[in-house]
Ligand binder design. Structure first.
Ligand code: PLP
Length: 382
């Protein structure tokens, strides 16, 4: 966190050496298991770091046209080996041809969509690889909002809705059933997936295991993941893809903010120049309590504060944190692990300024990459 006082807050700071450490782990999985790992842009799209990311990963998985365009623009490799995989729950007539032009793989969510767009897509690129997303109906995802296999899920095709005629058109199958989970959860999903769908694997070139693998989290059983992938590849003679988002950006940086005021209403409440609602959305959606550097749980240390955002939403609250010393107006507050699923989801609710983006380079220089202002707010409205 050297030099962190030089930039005005709020800002996210991605630490390149931590990012490289994650990429090294993911690369070990690639090398030792033979799987291909691609970045899910949905979770981490700080494209100014892509020169580093693409040293390791094979490409990107995009949620639609815009992410696919970003992959082409910013992830292109000198050796032309970039792979862009695109998956949307449903495609639109006006997007599908552009998507076909820039994607190497298109993943359809339903047989319907595959049949609808097959001809148009192949006309644009006869080499394009097509896949169908499966719902294995097995998930231990801890939260309903992040459970793609939950009740009435629209994500992926269930066995009941599988139409064998798709086999003529596809090279692979995808599933995405995990969220921040260890390899045991993958094992359960694979078991269900194989029991239901392995009869259709013959002739397929690849199976995509989706994201949600918490590979770079301390304690993740990387050796077991490697073993499982190797066994799977050998058993079915297919390529395996993993497409993590969170595991790439996991624990690679912080959101730095400043205490603007401290008010009192039954407790001490610090108002920060950032927002849980606008800048740390998963803290409210999941919800979870972000760690703050140097803090303890409420009451654990002598001085406890509730942290609130600088918007008018009553619930714009980060949580209660305690400190050894009283906080002062002007103090910096550092939220840990705020690089994945943060700026990709941000809003300008209340017209609040988007936090700047900064990178702590591997030579320890802090570089301000992007500052946002009034135009970013105005341009989204009219
Ligand atoms: C969100 C998503 C991912 C990435 O998930 P993480 O939890 O960030 O690893 C990969 N594939 C699909 C289809 C997704 O929807």
């Amino acid at each position: 966190m050297q030099n962190s006082n030089l930039l005005s807050t709020p800002y996210y700071m991605c630490d390149e050496s931590l990012l490289r450490a994650n990429l090294e782990i993911l690369n070990r999985v690639q090398i030792e298991s033979g799987a291909k790992v691609i970045l899910a842009l949905k979770g981490f799209a700080m494209w100014s770091t892509f020169p580093l990311v693409k040293e390791y990963l094979k490409g990107c998985t995009a949620s639609g046209l815009h992410e696919a365009l970003l992959a082409r623009d910013e992830f292109a490799k000198d050796d032309e080996n970039l792979e862009v995989h695109t998956y949307s729950p449903a495609y639109k007539d006006e997007d599908i041809e552009d998507i076909a032009r820039i994607s190497d793989h298109i993943v359809f969510n339903s047989p319907n969509q595959l049949f609808k767009y097959y001809d148009r897509v192949k006309e644009i690129d006869s080499e394009i690889s097509l896949s169908l997303r499966i719902n294995p109906e097995q998930s231990s995802s801890p939260k309903d909002i992040y459970n793609p296999c939950g009740l009435y899920s629209r994500l992926g095709t269930t066995l009941e809705n599988f139409d064998e005629r798709v086999l003529e058109y596809i090279d692979g199958l995808n599933f995405h059933a995990l969220c921040e989970q260890n390899v045991d959860a993958l094992e359960d999903v694979l078991q269900a997936f194989e029991a239901k769908f392995s009869k259709y694997f013959k002739g397929l070139k690849y199976i995509n295991f989706g994201g949600g693998h918490h590979i770079t989290k301390e304690g993740y059983d990387v050796d077991k993941l490697i073993r499982i992938i190797k066994e799977f590849r050998a058993k079915y003679d297919v390529d395996v893809y993993l497409e993590p988002g969170e595991a790439v950006g996991w624990q690679t940086g912080v959101l730095v903010s400043t205490v603007l005021d401290i008010v009192h209403n039954g407790m001490d409440i610090a108002i920060l120049d950032t927002s849980a609602e606008a800048h740390m959305p998963d803290t409210l959606a999941m919800p979870y309590r972000a760690m703050v550097r140097g803090s303890g749980e409420a009451g654990e240390k002598p001085y406890t504060y509730r942290f609130g955002g600088n918007t008018c939403l009553a619930g714009d609250i980060m949580g209660d944190y305690s400190f050894d010393e009283p906080l002062q107006v002007g103090d910096r507050v550092i939220f840990e692990d705020q690089i994945h699923y943060t700026f990709v989801k941000n809003t300008t609710f209340n017209g609040i300024k988007l936090p700047s983006l900064a990178i702590l380079r591997e030579d320890n220089t802090l570089e301000l990459i992007k500052e946002f202002g009034y135009q970013d707010y105005k341009n989204r409205l009219s």
